[in-house]
Design a protein. Structure first.
Length: 96
């Protein structure tokens, strides 16, 4: 009878510890849900921005359909871009 009492007491203590852990996990799970919602909102903002950039790109392409494209080296020279195989240096960027 005494041994059964000690086992019951040990089980009650363990049960209390388990409930505390579950309570802590529930609190953190709520915070996780909030962070997940925030990530979803930010991702949607990024997707909306990409959609807008794509719309603007299509509008520019429509406007430029009648223009004739220049050879790449000539276009790069007019736009002040480096020739293929070279990169911008700090002095090139400072010139702008």
């Amino acid at each position: 009878s005494l041994q059964m009492g000690f086992k019951t007491l040990a089980l009650e203590k363990r049960s209390s510890e388990v409930w505390q852990v579950l309570g802590a996990v529930k609190t953190e799970f709520g915070k996780f849900g909030d962070v997940l919602a925030k990530v979803k909102k930010q991702t949607q903002t990024v997707l909306n921005t990409l959609d807008e950039a794509e719309r603007r790109n299509r509008a520019m392409h429509r406007s430029l359909r009648s223009a004739e494209a220049l050879p790449e080296p000539e276009a790069q020279g007019i736009l002040g871009l480096p020739q293929a195989g070279t990169s911008l240096t700090a002095t090139d960027e400072d010139a702008d």
